[in-house]
Design a protein around this ligand. Structure first.
Ligand code: THU
Length: 160
């Protein structure tokens, strides 16, 4: 038998501790919540990603009366970037969410389906994605790339 261990490192930072680039992306994610169409959940999510040429692309959750037809903020941003900026690697993703009481105290992290898309996005880009997840009580930063948030991931290589 061989035993293995998967370790994830993350940080929780106060607003004034964030690096300038991270703060800029968090602010873009917060602003992106304004574009959310979320009459069913009342939960407005914004995502902002940075490409390797510095371009920032944003997205928000888009719901539908046929619930599964809606899309999360993260994939809205990822697919918009893939379409408008083909070949550009995603280097960082910031997420922010608010309900009727304002922005969440705890950061929210991408759902499983978004993590799967992030894994392939990262593989295509060839560099780890930095995750910056905003909460009013602290912002979570994960630097280990998508493997940190989706270990044992299925991908194109799995089919070889
Ligand atoms: N949602 C996102 O946009 N991103 C997440 O990371 C979690 C959930 C959306 C989907 C749905 O519109 C609403 O939040 C409630 O689940």
């Amino acid at each position: 038998m061989k035993k293995f261990c998967h370790t994830v490192n993350w940080s929780i930072l106060d607003q004034n501790e964030l690096a300038a680039d991270d703060l800029m992306l968090v602010n873009a994610a917060k602003e992106a919540t304004a574009g959310s169409w979320s009459p069913y959940s009342g939960f407005k999510v914004g995502a902002a990603l940075r490409l390797d040429d510095g371009t920032i692309v944003t997205g928000s959750n888009q719901e539908n009366a046929a619930y599964p037809s809606g899309l999360c903020a993260e994939r809205t941003a990822l697919f918009a970037a893939g379409h408008a900026h083909p070949g550009k690697a995603v280097t960082a993703l910031a997420i922010a969410a608010r309900n009727s009481n304002g922005f969440t105290g705890q950061p929210i992290t991408p759902c499983g389906a978004c993590r799967q898309v992030l894994a392939e996005t990262e593989q295509r880009g060839g560099q780890p994605i930095r995750y910056i997840m905003y909460g009013t009580e602290g912002t979570m930063v994960v630097e280990g790339g998508t493997d940190a948030i989706l270990p044992f991931c299925f991908g194109a290589d799995s089919m070889k």
